[in-house]
Design a protein around this ligand. Structure first.
Ligand SMILES: Cc1cc2nc3c(=O)[nH]c(=O)nc-3n(C[C@H](O)[C@H](O)[C@H](O)COP(=O)(O)OP(=O)(O)OC[C@H]3O[C@@H](n4cnc5c(N)ncnc54)[C@H](O)[C@@H]3O)c2cc1C
Length: 396
C-alpha cells in the first residue's frame, strides 16, 4: 500500500469538489489530494444535467441557494469568459398555465424583484412573439438565465488544478476513514492517504461518506431522483429562450422545461422519478442496499400521505411519454411523442432530513471535516460561490 500525506483531502471530483480545489489551489502553501471513485470525470450529476445557468429566481432571499446562486452566476460567467467555454445568455420564460399558477407566478415575480433580477411580465401576444406554439396567457421573462456545458467547466477546473499543488487519484473508492491525533487516514484498495482536513463532496454518496468519516449516523439521507430528458428536433422551436413551467412550491424540482442546449439541440425534461439505484442510469435498475434505504426513508411516506396518487404514480414512472406530453403541452403545443429522437438522464442527490425533502443547500462542519450534504440544482451554477462558502468554514 502506497502512503501519501496532504493538508486537505477532497472526496469527489464533481463540479463542487473541483471548484473548492480550484479556489484552494491559489494557496500555494497547501498540498491537496482529490479522490474520485470513477476513472473518468463527469460520470454523475455534473455530466448529466440541463446545463442551465440559473438566475436564483426561485429561492428565498438569504437562503444558501439564493446567496450562492446569485454570486455563483457572476463568478461562473467570468470563469467561462476567461477560459473560452461556450455559453449563451438567452433568458427564460416562466409560463403559468392556470389561475393557481398565476398566484405562484406573482409570488416568484415579487421574489425576483426583491433580488434585483431583470424580470418582465409578458402578456399573451408578447409570449406568442417568442414562439407561436407557446399557449400560456401569462408569464414572466428572466433575463439572467443562460446555457452552458458543465462537463466542460469541470474539465477546465481539473485541468487548471492538475498542474498546481493538487494530486488527483481517479478510480479510487474510499473504503475506510479513521482519525487519530488530529490526522485523518483514508484507505482505498491500494492507497493510504493522510490529511489534516477532509472535504466531502461525494454527491450521491455524501451521506455515506459522512457516516464513514464521523462514525455518526447521518440525519441527512440522500433520496435519488432520476431526471429524464427527451430530445426533439431542434427546428420544432423557433427561439433560444428556455420555457419553464411554474414549479410546485412543495417540491424542490423545477418541472419539465423546454431547453435549447449549448449545442443547439432541443430537450424537454427533466421529470423527477424515484430511482432504486443511486447510479442506475440504464433503465430500471435496483441496487439492494440503495433500495432498502430508499424504501425505509420516512420522507417517501410523508409524500404519499400529503399528495394525490397522481403525484405518487409520477414519482415511480420512468420514461413516461404521457407524463411529458401532459406537462409540456400545458405551455407549448408543438410537442408530440412521435417526434422524440433521443433520451438521456441524470440522478439528483436530493437530501432528506426528518421526513422532508431539504429545500436549501446543506453544508455541515465538524472540527476538521466539512460535508456538502445537499447540493442539487442550482449547485452547478453556484459552484464557485459554494466553494467560497465551504472554504470560509475551514479554520486554517
Ligand atoms: C437531471 C439534473 C439536472 C440538473 N440541472 C441543473 C442545471 O440546469 N443547472 C444547475 O446549476 N444545476 C443543475 N443540476 C444540479 C447539478 O448538476 C449538481 O448540483 C452538481 O453537478 C453537483 O455537483 P457535485 O460535485 O456535488 O456532484 P457530482 O457531479 O455527482 O460529483 C460527485 C463525485 O463524487 C464521486 N464519489 C461519490 N462517492 C465516492 C466515493 N465513495 N469515493 C470517491 N468518490 C466518490 C463521484 O464519482 C462523483 O464524481 C442538475 C442535476 C441533475 C441530476
Amino acid at each position: 500500500m502506497t502512503n501519501y500525506k496532504y493538508d486537505i483531502v477532497i472526496i469527489g471530483a464533481g463540479i463542487i469538489g473541483a471548484s473548492i480545489c480550484y479556489k484552494l489551489s491559489k494557496r500555494s502553501d497547501l498540498k491537496i489530494a482529490m479522490i474520485d471513485k470513477e476513472p473518468k470525470l463527469n460520470k454523475h450529476q455534473t455530466g448529466r444535467n440541463s446545463g442551465v445557468i440559473h438566475s436564483g429566481v426561485y429561492y428565498p432571499k438569504n437562503s444558501l441557494k439564493s446567496k450562492n446562486c446569485i454570486s455563483g452566476y457572476e463568478q461562473l460567467l467570468l470563469f467561462l469568459d476567461e477560459h473560452n467555454i461556450p455559453y449563451k445568455l438567452s433568458g427564460k420564460l416562466i409560463a403559468a398555465a392556470n389561475e393557481m399558477e398565476y398566484i405562484e407566478l406573482d409570488r416568484l415575480y415579487k421574489n425576483a424583484v426583491s433580488l434585483g433580477l431583470n424580470v418582465e411580465y409578458m402578456d399573451e401576444s408578447q409570449i406568442k412573439e417568442i414562439d407561436r406554439n407557446i399557449v400560456t396567457k401569462k408569464g414572466f421573462y428572466v433575463k439572467e438565465t443562460g446555457i452552458t456545458d458543465y462537463g466542460q467547466v469541470l474539465n477546465k477546473l481539473v485541468d487548471i488544478t492538475s498542474s498546481g499543488n493538487t494530486d488527483y487519484f481517479f478510480g479510487e473508492k474510499i473504503e475506510s476513514i479513521h482519525e487519530s491525533r488530529n490526522q485523518l487516514t483514508l484507505k482505498t484498495k491500494t492507497k493510504e492517504i493522510k490529511a489534516k482536513y477532509l472535504m466531502n463532496c461525494a454527491g450521491l454518496n455524501s451521506d455515506r461518506i459522512f457516516e464513514l468519516s464521523t462514525g455518526e449516523r447521518s440525519s441527512v439521507k440522500i433520496l435519488p431522483f432520476k431526471g429524464e430528458y427527451f430530445e426533439v428536433p431542434r427546428e420544432n422551436y423557433s427561439s433560444d429562450i428556455a420555457i419553464y413551467p411554474v414549479p410546485n412550491p412543495n417540491f424542490p424540482f423545477l418541472g419539465v422545461h423546454l431547453t435549447r442546449m449549448i449545442d443547439g439541440s432541443l430537450k424537454v425534461g427533466p421529470n423527477a422519478v424515484l430511482s432504486l439505484h443511486r447510479e442506475g442510469y440504464n433503465g430500471f435498475e435496483v441496487d439492494i442496499k440503495d433500495a432498502a434505504e430508499i424504501l425505509t426513508n420516512s420522507t417517501l411516506y410523508n409524500i404519499a400521505k400529503s399528495y394525490s396518487s397522481t403525484v405518487i404514480k409520477e414519482l415511480l414512472r420512468q420514461k413516461s411519454k404521457k407524463y411529458f406530453e401532459r406537462n409540456v403541452k400545458k405551455y407549448w403545443s408543438n410537442y408530440a411523442s412521435s417526434d422524440i429522437i433521443g433520451y438521456s438522464c441524470g440522478i439528483r442527490a436530493q437530501a432528506t432530513e426528518n421526513g422532508i425533502l431539504l429545500n436549501d443547500f446543506r453544508i455541515e462542519s465538524r472540527e476538521n471535516q466539512i460535508h456538502v450534504l445537499n447540493a442539487p440544482s442550482p449547485a452547478a451554477t453556484s459552484c464557485l460561490a459554494i466553494a467560497d462558502t465551504v472554504i470560509n468554514e475551514l479554520e486554517y
